[in-house]
Design a protein around this ligand. Sequence first.
Ligand SMILES: Nc1ncnc2c1ncn2[C@@H]1O[C@H](COP(=O)(O)OP(=O)(O)OP(=O)(O)O)[C@@H](O)[C@H]1O
Ligand SMILES: [Mg+2]
Length: 366
Amino acid sequence: MTVGIVGAGQLGRMLALAGYPLGVDFLFLDPAERPPAAALAPHLHGSFADARLLRTLARRSEVITFDWENVSVAALRALQKDVRICPPLAALAASRDRVSEKRLFERLRIPTTRWRAVGSRRQLERAVHDIGLPGVLKTRTLGYDGKGQAVLRTSADIERAWRELGTVGLLYEEYIAFTHEVSIIGARSASGAVAIYPLGGNVHTQGILRLTRAPYGPSSWQRLAERYLLRVLQHFRYTGILAIEFFVQRGRLVANEMAPRVHNSGHWTIEGAVTSQFENHLRAILDLPLGSTRATGYAAMINLIGRMPPRKALLAIPGLHLHDYAKAPRPGRKLGHCTLVARTRGERDRWARGLLATLAPNTRIP
Ligand SMILES: Nc1ncnc2c1ncn2[C@@H]1O[C@H](COP(=O)(O)OP(=O)(O)OP(=O)(O)O)[C@@H](O)[C@H]1O
Ligand SMILES: [Mg+2]
């Protein structure tokens, strides 16, 4: 049984690592010469929109999934008559464009930031006037790891932000002075079973996820996040893993964005939950029973960004699990992550603070 995956980055690689014990094979499509997942399974080398390669992928796969959002929805739509594609393309299309994502949250009564679509310099001025300052200007599509964003603090920033980003469709939203960032991740299987993980607490530096701790926060946050996640899962009759990121402000959860795929803030589940998000994604799309999402302890996951620390030093830390994506180093690039599962919240937090103090001393951890 083969699962076809559009995109062969680290998420695809971890899907394959989770799938082999279940007897699942993989086939990838990716434009990179040697992407991280290609070391594990055959790789069709070409564009995400290459109709011929996509047809080959469809012919050889039981089901097709994707490991990031910036694939071609139109090209995938053309395949739908020949092969099952999960998660649903409607969810992919909604999450690719920040404007349709905001509209979806509003339609499902999920609190989100106040926002305006921006297509011209004049509209940006009007949006800043309506929404106020500070605010964040973001590209509608193709953003990741904080790329394609500018924070506006005074009206003097309008000019700079417009020059930086003004060539594509944009969205301007209020800046949220959050106390915490959290994300909820859950799976819905083809036959409608749902399994949701404990909430993760996330810390970003320069727009890039640095640390996730899970379980995290009071049960009231967990309940709210689950309620919102369920609305999106049901709306799309979703199949696969879905993640939603929230800002926490005065006990309220404000949705930032969603991802129709396995998510970086769910990597802790590999060692920290009974069943990982990767395995549950595969179980969901293959319509197998979902596995338990229970946390086995208190996990912290730290991303290794830009430069890989010496393997020897990391592995000398008792209990540390290392995941090296075998990527070439580059500033701001996610090269791997490490996870520790502690017996108590306090032990976990001490470990995370200690390791981050050496890896990224400027990280502010709530
Ligand atoms: N409106 C906002 N108010 C305050 N902080 C924000 C806002 N928007 C974004 N941020 C900060 O920037 C981070 C990245 O933003 P966002 O999640 O929109 O970007 P992305 O590039 O799509 O990231 P991802 O890698 O999660 O796909 C957020 O997690 C948050 O820390
Ligand atoms: Mg994000």
